[in-house]
Design a binder for this molecule. Structure first.
Ligand code: HEC
Length: 265
């Protein structure tokens, strides 16, 4: 039996998550109950179309009982459908594992122990834009839990082209050819440690994809298989990435790193 855990308000990344969803604070109890119910629906062994119907009914019920905003409602549907798409994968994006509470030093040690293996795994995807991403500038001083990327410990790398990623002013844009790579590690409180997915954003040429403001989103699994690529295979599986990143359109769709983890590059 897996523990259902909710990160809302628990740390900076959790606060980011709520912000990304609705821009307002909600009763964490209700939010957790809500999340738990969605997780129950998406992980139960029923057919996908039935899951979607249940999830939508649930969302409407909760929406009437509580003042969860329409944005939150929409985001939850994305989360639910995203999880359905991945419900057979042990690396599901909607995390239901119980992440460990690690100090910065502990998180760094865990990451260092897996780093090379992760690099080799993602490299199997044979994507030139990701070549040696671990040598790129790193913008966080230790891996931090990202509630929006499956409650995994993540890092934020950006290639040299993305020179203004750390200093972006409202309205400013990243240049074409910028690549942002966020690798991830799962650490449960039972001490299970394994590599997670690599989340990627690439800035394309002007007008290349107006639907995503010329950002390409890719998710690479730890073994190098492609979960989805908005400009390639299984584009629909990763369409929800931009839906959330749209919350920070004024920062060219990038959220950046939680303040207490920021490194000046
Ligand atoms: C529910 C909201 C949400 C979704 C869905 C989401 N992200 Fe993010 N993303 C964030 C937030 C918040 C951050 C910054 C803080 C963090 O790392 O948690 C971020 C950071 C990133 C970054 C580092 C660049 C930046 O924004 O500063 C990349 C790369 C990224 N996400 C890729 C993806 C990809 C690829 C997907 C889909 C597979 C995805 N994201 C889905 C919210 C989201």
């Amino acid at each position: 039996m897996q523990n259902l855990i909710c990160l809302h308000g628990q740390n900076r990344a959790g606060a980011f998550h709520s912000y990304a969803q609705s821009g307002e604070s909600r009763d964490p109890g209700v939010a957790c109950l809500f999340k738990a119910a969605i997780i129950f629906i998406v992980t139960s062994g029923v057919r996908a179309n039935l899951k979607i119907r249940w999830a939508i009914q649930m969302l409407f019920l909760f929406n009437r009982l509580n003042s969860i905003s329409v944005t939150a409602l929409v985001m939850s549907v994305f989360a639910a459908t995203g999880a359905i798409a991945q419900s057979n994968s042990d690396d599901a994006h909607l995390a239901i594992e119980n992440p460990a509470d690690l100090s910065k030093e502990e998180a760094l040690r865990v990451y260092e122990s897996l780093q090379r293996r992760m690099g080799r795994g993602y490299a199997a995807a044979q994507m030139d834009i990701l070549l040696n991403y671990q040598n790129w500038p790193l913008f966080n001083d230790a891996p931090y839990i990202s509630a929006t990327h499956g409650q995994r410990f993540v890092n934020s790398y950006a290639n040299r082209m993305a020179h203004n990623y750390g200093t972006l002013q409202p309205g400013e844009k990243l240049p074409m050819g910028s690549v942002l790579a966020k690798d991830s590690v799962t650490v449960t409180d039972e001490g299970n440690i394994h590599p997670g997915a690599l989340f990627v954003m690439e800035k394309l040429a002007d007008g290349a994809n107006p639907d995503t403001a010329d950002w390409r989103y890719i998710m690479v699994m730890p073994d190098g298989s492609l979960f989805g690529d908005t400009m390639g295979a299984r584009a629909r599986a990763v369409a929800y990435c931009h839906d959330c990143h749209e919350a920070v359109a004024d920062r060219d769709y990038t959220f950046f790193v939680p303040e207490e983890y920021v490194v000046k590059n």
